[in-house]
Ligand binder design. Structure first.
Ligand SMILES: *Cc1c(COP(=O)(O)O)cnc(C)c1O
Ligand SMILES: [Zn+2]
Length: 421
């Protein structure tokens, strides 16, 4: 759908829909505002049919995404949308996980099934499509790891030069899975917050599209596609609760905004789900503010195995706090040990191997279940946003490998229980 303008979330000031992200009047963040909404009450059926007939990727939701080009043609291959299609990832009913936790209905949204194995492909696809509409030839980002993977791959797919900035202490798997695309990898000695500050300075001086800085308003809209998909996969219904990882808070708040968009278009009915945010204790500025009853977050210095969520000064912190309270949700934090146990619990009960961020959400789901906060009748969606193969260190030494000689006797003496199976 056509973008109308950018609007300050704090003071409502309006700006042209260019590559800008901060209000000149009050320094508040800018957000995309759309023109006339399509699909107002009368033609919900038609809107649903158009979505269902669209491509098997996020561009089926083009009516709700911030591009000038209008919805894609019959083939779904508008010039700005070729490249590395993201989305349409599985939503899986996880009965064995539900049973372990004493819950009724649990679904896992497995966004590790994206082209570069994390939900970041959604936000990058949208930001890069918009960057191309605005005429940018170089894409860049400040990343906690997965964003660098995705920007580098989109650059390769579209033939755009790319620069990705990461904290120097990132997981080796994420660095390797990024450099291979022929990008420029810049490892900054410092935290993500230092990387972000550096990139904000660079973006003021260069005509580059930093997907999560000057293109941030468009980037953030991409997360809404997770909400659209979940609702479509549930048969055009809302879940009762979502458990979502919180780094900057963009994904968490935009999933709710996606549900809201579809409610106001008449595609969905009912209340917004309870939104449970999930952080690691080693970097929990939002969970700490939630527990203390504050409206804003106090920045922290991250120290956790959940590096993809290690943002000490979350841009959307206040909006995340407001969302948790408004929906009857919460923002909880779990320890590195609980995260490892969460990765294992999910793997053992669903066959899905998640990175640490999914360990965080699974551990928070377990916490909520143990606190008795979830009704047995609730339909819960657990978000898994990235792949375990990128954070292998987190599970090293967490299970036994039976090393044996190549003989039946050696096997049976190493695993005596197997003799009777
Ligand atoms: C970036 C990331 C997040 C958090 O996203 P925010 O929008 O910054 O809150 C969650 N999970 C994974 C795997 C990520 O890479
Ligand atoms: Zn403002």
């Amino acid at each position: 759908m056509a973008v109308s303008h950018l609007e300050c979330k704090e003071c409502g000031a309006e700006y042209a829909p260019e590559a800008r992200y901060v209000c000149e009047r009050c320094f508040g963040p800018l957000e995309v505002a759309y023109g006339e909404r399509r699909g107002s009450a009368g033609d919900v059926g038609e809107l649903r049919r158009r979505i269902q007939g669209g491509p098997q990727n996020i561009w089926r939701y083009a009516d709700f995404l911030p591009l000038a080009g209008g919805p894609p043609g019959p083939s779904g291959r508008l010039a700005s949308r070729v490249g590395l299609p993201a989305g349409c990832t599985p939503l899986i009913r996880a009965d064995r996980l539900a049973e372990r936790l004493g819950l009724g209905e649990v679904w896992v949204k497995n966004d590790a099934a994206n082209p570069t194995h994390s939900f970041k492909d959604r936000v990058v696809s949208v930001a890069v499509a918009r960057a191309r509409e605005l005429g940018y030839g170089v894409i860049a980002c400040a990343s906690t790891g997965n964003l660098a993977n995705s920007v580098a791959a989109h650059g390769a797919a579209l033939g755009l030069e790319s620069y990705v900035f990461i904290p120097a202490d990132l997981e080796e798997q994420k660095v390797l899975a990024t450099g291979i695309y022929g990008t420029n990898v810049v490892a900054v000695r410092g935290s993500y917050d230092d990387v972000n500050r550096l990139c904000a300075e660079l973006s003021a001086e260069r005509e580059w599209a930093f997907v999560n800085i000057n293109l941030r308003p468009y980037y953030a809209e991409g997360s809404k596609t997770l909400a659209f998909e979940i609702a479509e996969q549930l048969g055009w219904e809302l879940p009762d609760r979502c458990v979502v990882p919180v780094g900057s808070g963009s994904l968490y708040t935009k999933i709710a905004a996606g549900f809201e968009d579809w409610r106001s278009s008449g595609l969905l009915e009912g209340e917004l789900p309870k939104m449970n945010g999930a952080q690691a204790q080693g970097c929990a500025p939002v969970a700490e503010a939630f527990a203390a009853g504050h409206d804003v977050c106090r920045p922290v210095k991250p120290d956790t195995i959940a590096k993809s969520l290690a943002i000490g000064n979350p841009a959307d912190g206040p909006y995340a706090l407001d969302l948790a309270r408004r929906t009857g949700g919460s923002v909880d934090a779990v320890s590195d040990e609980e995260i490892r146990a969460g990765i294992r619990l999910l793997a053992e009960t669903t066959g899905i191997f998640t990175e640490t961020a999914g360990g965080v959400t699974t551990a928070v789901l377990r916490r909520l279940a143990e606190r008795g906060e979830i009704d047995p009748g609730e339909r819960v969606v657990l978000l898994v946003t990235g792949d375990g193969l990128k954070t292998l260190d987190a599970v090293r030494d967490s299970f036994v490998v039976h090393g044996i000689e190549a003989s039946v006797e050696a096997f049976e003496s190493a695993l005596p229980a197997a003799v009777t199976v």
